[in-house]
Design a protein around this ligand. Sequence first.
Ligand code: HEC
Length: 150
Amino acid sequence: MIALNKGASLWLARVAGVCLLVGMVAFVGRRVAADDTPAPWVVPEDAKKVKNPIPPTQETLAAAQDLFTDNCSLCHGEKGIGDGPGAKAIKVKPANFTDAKLMAAETDGALFWKMSEGRGPMPSWKETLTEKERWELVGYIRKLTKDAAK
Ligand code: HEC
């Protein structure tokens, strides 16, 4: 009788311990997930509407490709998949420019605004790159999306 009680209380203690552990893991897990998932990146309405004043040509695309290789591929990857060597080190993952659905939801103006302002690990480029260079990069990002669909 005593042995059974002992067994039962041991069992109870173990169940309680497991519950506590599961609860803690779930709690910590939620915290980590919340940190990893960035809040929506809201672009001002008027910035979204701005049209790309630099129509892509072979020349602008070639210039932008060099800029992209030098400044962006570290995180975004050479093809824009978001798999550059630097991407491993950052919690918020770089956007995947080859995701056609994701990119269709972004206007040229929104891409320009985001690369100009930056957020978190994504640098702000408005001091480093000229407006012309940033618009050329918008054209180049569009090309990366198209190339991936081929
Ligand atoms: C140090 C890493 C890093 C570098 C270098 C970098 N980016 Fe990013 N980029 C990011 C991250 C991370 C995000 C996602 C930020 C977020 O959602 O908060 C991002 C997001 C973006 C977005 C927004 C995409 C979207 O649809 O929301 C654009 C556009 C962009 N980057 C363009 C560029 C361009 C152009 C360059 C080079 C001139 C560049 N990035 C260089 C890390 C980087």
